[in-house]
Design a protein. Sequence first.
Length: 321
Amino acid sequence: MIQIDFTGTTVLVTGGAGFVGSNCVERIVRAGGKVIVLDDLFTGALENISEGVPYEFVQGSVTDYELVRNLMTRVDYVAHLAARNIIISTKNPFEDFQTNIGGTLNILMAAREVKPKRIVYTSSASIYGNPKIIPISEDESPLTFSPYSVSKLAGENYCYAFYETYFVAVTVVRYSNIYGPRQNPDNPYCGVVSKFIMTAEAGGSIQVHGDGHQTRDFTYVDDAVDGTLTALLSPRADGMSFNLGTGSETSIIDMVNILSELLGKKIACEHIDRRDIDNIRRRVLNIERARTRLRWQPRVTLREGLRRTIEWYRSVKKRSV
Ligand SMILES: NC(=O)c1ccc[n+]([C@@H]2O[C@H](COP(=O)([O-])OP(=O)(O)OC[C@H]3O[C@@H](n4cnc5c(N)ncnc54)[C@H](O)[C@@H]3O)[C@@H](O)[C@H]2O)c1
């Protein structure tokens, strides 16, 4: 496994106040690096970064080219996570276009001038749509069903174009249903695990779209962060895409059953209409490329990840009463 060591380096984390970004910030600092966070706090919050973790915060948007360029002159690496999420994107595709495509283009244009050591761009398994072959490999043809998947794929394509045309060292990672501490339960599509935990803990009944037999590749946030930062440090990753999932396919119902066991109570389920966004029947990623080329592999089982997430949720609740 590649050692995650940022000693003596500075990393620009866009979207560093968000769910995955804040976990990246803390991991980079633990690995000896300095961090500059660029975030407009649209969905992120500074409370996501634990007290006492040193970092510099810049409130601003990745759509501001001069700001992005100036910050880039001060760093060695860039972890680009800032994005409008699928809910915002569906409501207002133009807003998504501006941040997810325009912001990514800004990062790459600045990198063409400034030449950081490497950039990692965080894409999504949503670019695969309903895949033909399971588990989904990186070579599967993209099938973009939502404006969000269009913008995430466009960001990727700009990355490959800038790698080939301007030799910008950039790597793409594709996430699938990340869950864990700090995920905002307000987003019912991305934050299903935290939403289920919160509802079940409060004694409510959870809402499951359709029959609940649709599957996802639930990835614990620490594993996604380790994969992302391994890719950021790896010269063997330039110009390539990597699935960062678990390779395990779990239905929503099975995930709820594990949660019930861990919470020690039967969770009441209400079945509602099929989803209108990201309505994919089966999703599980083939992660062989990341295993062999990055020597990364997920370590946290779904049961253990859910246990840790429940523990985190309870500790936050205790602190807030
Ligand atoms: N969480 C998942 O399951 C998942 C799955 C696939 C892909 N991704 C990708 O991973 C990245 C991080 O996702 P997340 O789940 O942490 O989402 P998040 O919403 O928690 O984090 C995104 C962060 O970006 C910030 N942001 C939004 N627009 C910005 C702008 N114009 N300028 C600066 N900052 C801006 C937000 O305030 C937030 O802090 C995103 O690029 C997302 O598309 C996440």
